[in-house]
Design a protein around this ligand. Structure first.
Ligand SMILES: C[S@@+](CC[C@H](N)C(=O)[O-])C[C@H]1O[C@@H](n2cnc3c(N)ncnc32)[C@H](O)[C@@H]1O
Length: 355
């Protein structure tokens, strides 16, 4: 059964009668001026007019704002973000009203109880590209079937850590009755375990979209009996000890206190100490605790701290059994600066046992 959860999605926007319209032939300069004055502008006519307006906004800001140094680029992006999100599209009966608009299934899926509202143009573009990923699916080298990532759910775009886990699962000789997957996301680690004949996986996530997305993905197949889901922090309602606990946590410490921080990417200072304390209670005496991590935060100089090394150094709870590392291949299309640190980036698979 699909749980009725409040999903993460761009909030519907309501506008007043004074909002301006933009369509082919509307004066661009006065439209940009209205945006700068804090007004909303609704794109009418064809979807392409909105694309044109966004381009014009870029051109205008490039001429008026410096964007050389890093702080200047950050300020430029913030201004572009703020102004572009005042460009709106109207949605009626879960469809974009403008002509020649892409068909975006998320509008029906996520906004079934909203008949008339607005979203910003960048939000619609985000929904559109997420819909393309979902429809096409994503092939992962470690899974037989494609994944179809649900809106707003983290899914892997690089696979080295999954390959390390696959290798470890292949070599694992212990019992395979139950495992816990903390932060299941799109489900890849749980699916890898099931492929390797684990009987049951108890999974959690704090993101409702992950729980709903995976429930829909599994449908009424055998998988739904093997992977049990709970919306909850860390272990959620899974209290019974298991022979394997797996966690691919966020890899970067949060550096600012924003309300909308992405919990798939950034961890707070409580996450790891709490995780290890709770994992201690839920790992069977001969069980394995497997964590994926990376040296990304260290090589980009965000922190010198490594939360798993800290636990091992300070904690009386776990000891290290094995640690596997794998260099990350340079992603294509990245800037030279990125490639510099990518050449030393490594993903890590940590296997811990009770001390
Ligand atoms: C890096 S993603 C990994 C997702 C998936 N396991 C994978 O390997 O692709 C981290 C996941 O942990 C979830 N998460 C973050 N904090 C959490 C918490 N306190 N309790 C449960 N899940 C959490 C995020 O929502 C996200 O889905």
């Amino acid at each position: 059964m699909i749980p009725k959860l409040e999903l993460n999605k761009p909030a519907p926007i309501a506008i007043g009668p004074e909002a301006q319209s933009f369509t082919r032939g509307t004066d661009v300069a006065s439209t940009l001026e209205a945006l700068k004055q804090g007004e909303s502008v609704v794109v009418r006519g064809a979807y392409g007019s909105g694309v044109t307006l966004l381009k014009e906004l870029h051109t205008d800001l490039k001429l008026s704002l410096p964007h050389k140094s890093l702080p200047e680029q950050r300020a430029y992006r913030a201004e572009y973000f703020s102004l572009s999100n005042r460009i709106l599209l109207e949605i009626t009966d879960q469809e974009l009203v403008v002509k020649k608009a892409p068909a975006i299934g998320w509008l029906k899926e996520l906004y079934s109880d909203h008949d008339h509202f607005y979203l910003s143009f960048p939000q619609v573009q985000g929904l559109n590209s997420a819909w393309q990923w979902y429809e096409r699916g994503v092939s992962l080298p470690v899974l037989r079937a494609k994944l179809h990532p649900y809106f707003g759910v983290y899914f892997p775009t690089r696979f080295e850590h999954l390959v390390l886990f696959e290798q470890w699962l292949k070599d694992y000789k212990g019992p395979k009755k139950t495992a816990i997957d903390v932060g299941v996301g799109c489900g890849v680690l749980s699916l890898q375990m099931i492929q390797k004949r684990w009987q049951k996986v108890y999974a959690t996530d704090t993101n409702p979209n992950a729980i709903v997305g995976l429930t829909k993905f599994m449908g009424t197949t055998k998988l739904a009996r093997k992977i049990k889901l709970d919306l909850g922090h860390l272990f959620g309602r899974w209290n019974t000890p298991t022979e394997l606990i797996v966690f691919n946590p966020p890899w970067l410490p949060e550096t600012h206190d924003a309300g909308t921080i992405d919990r798939a990417i950034y961890y707070d200072k409580f996450l790891f100490p709490e995780f290890f304390a709770e994992a201690k209670k839920r790992l069977l005496p001969d069980g394995k605790l497997v964590l994926m991590f990376s040296n990304l935060a260290q090589i980009t100089k965000v922190t010198t701290e490594h939360p798993i090394e800290t636990e091992l150094a300070e904690g009386s709870r776990f000891k290290l059994e094995q640690c596997f590392k794998k260099p990350v291949g340079a992603a294509s299309g990245k800037t030279k600066r990125d490639q510099h640190w990518r050449s030393v980036e490594e993903v890590e698979l940590w296997v811990l046992t009770h001390r």
